[in-house]
Design a protein around this ligand. Structure first.
Ligand SMILES: Nc1ncnc2c1ncn2[C@@H]1O[C@H](COP(=O)(O)OP(=O)(O)OP(=O)(O)O)[C@@H](O)[C@H]1O
Ligand SMILES: [Mg+2]
Length: 238
């Protein structure tokens, strides 16, 4: 469904992504994990057209999308939920959600809204509340719901667990699973490797802009090098 082939990108003269190869198949949950500054957000930005690729190719549903404008990429079915949720705090939850479906007709938007409420009943309970008054976990659900309002084929989530209490971090995995069951493929960017490896089928590990390791999440969880560097496990099985 999504393929990155030898992608290079950067800011000004500084290269940030170096020869990145990555793929996501329909129906999969794939995670990209790495430390601060590894280039995770930049990878999502290059896919969604916010950061130009200097080399390489990005393909989606069999077609090259490299160099397309961000809105054209959204129209192809790729939605990027950015780091930090970026809701309009003074608008209601409902208004925030409706913004995500701005290209659809009013009737279609109402229909989609009902689908999102069925998926996240908790969001429906907060429908009329100011987005800024919600807890971090609730805001994350609204941000994901807003992304789903445009009916994407692929939803890219940038660090949904950031700033959440440990109990809520575990719920992010359940939310991702619900999104998949909704029929949407997921590319999950995370610094929380433990949660991400539990949520995803496959994983890529990014270090200084390069993919240093990839494979089934179950295999990576048992890899001693991954355990030592990303799971805080030393000399014993997880
Ligand atoms: N707008 C920018 N201008 C210049 N350099 C940038 C810009 N955005 C990011 N960078 C640099 O690119 C590198 C990768 O940043 P990126 O945000 O992709 O990392 P990340 O893996 O998402 O990190 P984090 O976990 O902190 O979100 C970093 O060295 C960062 O300083
Ligand atoms: Mg980031």
């Amino acid at each position: 469904m999504l393929e990155l082939l030898g992608v290079e990108a950067g800011y000004n003269r500084t290269p940030v992504l170096k020869d990145v190869d990555l793929s996501v198949a329909p129906g999969e949950v794939v995670t990209l994990i790495g430390a601060n500054g590894a280039g995770k957000s930049s990878t999502l930005r290059v896919i969604s057209g916010l950061l130009p690729a200097r080399r390489g190719e990005i393909r989606f549903s069999g077609e090259a999308i490299t160099g397309l404008r961000p809105h054209a990429i959204v129209r192809r079915g790729i939605v990027h939920v950015p780091e930090g949720r970026r809701l309009f705090n003074d608008m209601s939850v409902r208004e925030n959600l409706l913004l995500g479906g701005y290209t659809a007709s009013k009737a279609e938007r109402e229909l989609r809204l009902e689908e999102i409420f069925a998926l996240f009943p908790l969001v429906k309970e907060r429908e009329r509340q100011r987005a800024g008054s919600l807890s971090g976990g609730e805001q994350q659900m609204v941000a994901i719901g807003r992304g789903l309002m445009s009916k994407p084929k692929l939803l890219m989530l940038d660090e949904p667990s950031l700033g959440l209490a440990p109990k809520l971090v575990r719920q992010v995995g359940a939310i991702v699973e619900r999104v998949r069951a909704f029929g949407v493929t997921v590319l999950l960017v995370e610094q929380n490797a433990r949660m991400a490896l539990n949520a995803a089928d496959r994983a890529y590990i990014l270090q200084s802009g390069q993919i240093i390791l990839s494979g089934r999440s179950a295999d990576l969880k048992n890899d001693p090098a991954v355990q030592a560097a990303y799971l805080g496990v030393e000399g014993k099985a997880a």
